[in-house]
Design a binder for this molecule. Structure first.
Ligand code: XMP
Length: 592
């Protein structure tokens, strides 16, 4: 199901960059609906568009098989803006030239504006921007003027006003490009003449009407996770169909954060006292992972258990008969193919493997009211529905919960000294290229400062050291690293409880000072490293991210870090507190 979306005025062509969805979101924030299409969408499909944006991407235009666009799009009426890789592909297809950059340019840069143009109207002569590229445009296509440059990039922006075609090497869609929104607004409104047609808040009524049409006389049931998407979708269905026709079940795995099950119960029992049910399956989940220490096996068993529990609920509630359809909180990025696989397939796998759900999907007995919306838009719809801010602003939380944040070990071993610190022989996951690897971590004795330099160094260190996946810094400890070892440990209730308490402390302290709002996610991890009597340690993992596909380790204020460390070291059985300094890639956000 899609909402009543307008005929798109703007298409963003996805050249494989993490920023593609961000571009579409920023344009929607300006009040114009923007859709995302594969980069090679044919020009015939785009003939009614007023504006086309070609996104950035990690490829080089020289690589065989790198993304391209239909050259006919440059003959359409629509204005075209190429961003980063899009800027380069545009130069290449229109007879300019691209060359390999001598050194890449990543991060903050300053552009100097060289010529007037409607694209850069309203900007100062010199503007901070965000760069992330290696190749550069060497000469713009015939008819194009160089509009801006940086110290290392001679053609940072180019344009052909008569044809409404522009390219920028920097990223106007990221917040670090100070006047990025102005550039996008110049392009969308002043150059391409788009009209405002998008305001998710005002679409609640249409969404409800659409749900009623699609459901017909049938009822809807949800597996509610407590996350933003399923909560908003569930509430919309409740409003559209009434409490008697909507049922929600929340599966308590025992791997939830402190207060989570109570929070979900209070929130949903209030809106639907009869239709909301909590299935306490914690005993069977713990039983399914007893004695398991291998991270992938642990994930597999938890996934399998989810499948059994959901199947049981579907069968026992007779939810597979024709009177019921399944409601899902799928959002726009989940529906878009990226790199050959929809992200929903990668992340929400346990749902897709439930055979009952599979059957409902095949029979198209599924309702996805939010499939056209981005997370920020879902939050706005949720606010319009009166859902509490506490629910709408929550960080993403993985389905297997704290279970994948409690690391286990099948044997006891020592920490190994190296020039730069100590190797802790636990298995933490990382991404090198396309492959996920399990490797030990390097613990540095230095406490990170607020500048983020140690984050940069740590990431470089991991990239150059083949044997490790992450570098972490010791923030405080009862005993020195040299006396610590890794202990045998599996996923027991007491260890999950220890982590739950630590996670609650970290959340309380980071919410109190506003740090929580500055990060995208803040996992806390329990690792089986310590000394006798204190056999576990904790790792803080605050990250910033756009969509979880890449992430940066976030520097914390010294006072907050010290406060957290002090409180965490008072917990029973905790030996040390570390801080994960590694960006993603090469590390992942979670540790398993
Ligand atoms: P990684 O660790 O791959 O995580 O960098 C990226 C994002 O995905 C979340 N994540 C999951 N979410 N089920 C989920 O619903 C899972 O099994 C799962 N594993 C990772 C993670 O929290 C982060 O936001």
């Amino acid at each position: 199901m899609t909402a009543d979306i307008p005929e798109p005025q703007v298409s963003v062509l996805d050249a494989g960059g993490q920023y593609c969805h961000l571009i579409a979101r920023r344009i929607r924030d300006l009040g114009v609906y923007a859709e995302v299409l594969p980069s090679d969408a044919p020009a015939s499909q785009l003939s009614t568009r007023k504006a086309i944006v070609i996104s950035g991407g990690p490829s080089s235009v020289y690589e065989a098989g790198s993304p391209t666009v239909d050259p006919q799009i440059f003959s359409l009426e629509a204005g075209v803006l190429g961003i980063c890789y899009g800027h380069q592909i545009m130069a290449r297809l229109l007879d300019g030239s691209v060359r390999k950059g001598e050194r890449g340019e990543y991060g903050h840069a300053t552009v100097e504006i060289l010529a007037e143009s409607p694209l850069l109207a309203g900007l100062s002569r010199s503007e901070p921007v965000w760069m992330s590229h290696r190749d550069v445009v060497a000469s713009p296509p015939p008819g194009f003027t160089v509009l801006a440059r940086t110290g290392t990039c001679g053609v940072a922006a180019m344009g052909n006003d008569a044809r409404k075609q522009y390219g920028v090497q920097f990223h106007p869609e990221v917040v670090h490009t100070r006047r990025g929104a102005r550039i996008l607004s110049n392009f969308i409104f002043d150059i391409c003449g788009c009209e405002r047609d998008w305001d998710p808040k005002s679409q609640v009524r249409q969404l409800e009407e659409r749900i009623r049409q699609e459901a017909g006389s049938r009822s809807v049931f949800f597996f509610v996770s407590g996350g933003v998407d399923s909560s908003v979708a569930y509430t919309l269905c409740l409003r559209a169909l009434g409490a008697d026709r909507v049922r929600g079940t929340y599966v308590d795995t025992g791997f939830m954060r402190a207060g989570e099950t109570e929070f979900v119960r209070d929130t949903f029992s209030a809106v639907s006292p009869r239709g909301f049910h909590i299935e306490d399956a914690s005993a069977e989940f713990f039983q399914s992972v007893e004695g398991v220490t291998d991270p992938e096996e642990k994930r597999r068993r938890i996934g399998e258990r989810f499948v059994c529990v959901q199947e049981r609920i579907l069968q026992s509630g007779q939810l597979l008969d024709g009177d019921w359809i399944l409601g899902q909180g799928t959002i726009y990025p989940d529906t878009i193919e990226s790199g050959g696989a929809a992200k929903a397939d990668v992340i929400k796998t346990h749902h897709n493997r439930v055979s009952g759900i599979q059957r409902l999907l095949e029979e198209k007995r599924v309702i996805e009211p939010l499939a056209s919306y981005y997370k920020d838009e879902v939050r706005r719809i949720g606010a319009e529905l009166g859902l509490p801010a506490e629910l709408l602003n929550r960080h993403p939380f993985p389905g297997p919960g704290l279970a994948i944040r409690v690391l286990c070990s099948g044997s006891e071993s020592r920490l190994e000294p190296t020039d730069r610190g100590w190797i802790i022989p636990v298995r933490s996951v990382g991404v090198q290229g396309d492959a996920r690897t399990y490797r030990p971590v390097l613990a540095l004795d230095e406490v990170p400062g607020e500048s983020g330099n140690l984050q940069y160094e740590a990431t470089t260190l991991v990239n150059s050291a083949p044997g490790i996946n992450r570098a972490i810094a010791l923030c405080g400890s009862h005993r020195p690293l040299k006396s610590m070892r890794v202990f045998k440990a599996d996923l027991r209730k007491d260890r999950v409880e220890k982590l739950r308490q630590a996670d609650a402390i970290v959340r309380r302290l980071s919410q109190r000072c506003g740090f929580d709002a500055k990060v995208w996610q803040f996992p806390v991890i329990l690792i089986p490293a310590g000394v006798f009597g204190r056999t576990d340690s904790l790792v803080l993992r605050p990250v910033d991210s756009v969509d979880g596909m890449t992430a940066q380790s976030v520097p914390m204020e010294r006072s907050l870090l010290e406060r957290m460390t002090r409180e965490l070291l008072q917990l029973d059985g905790i030996c040390a507190v570390f801080y994960d300094l590694t960006h993603k890639p090469p590390a992942t956000i979670e540790w398993e």
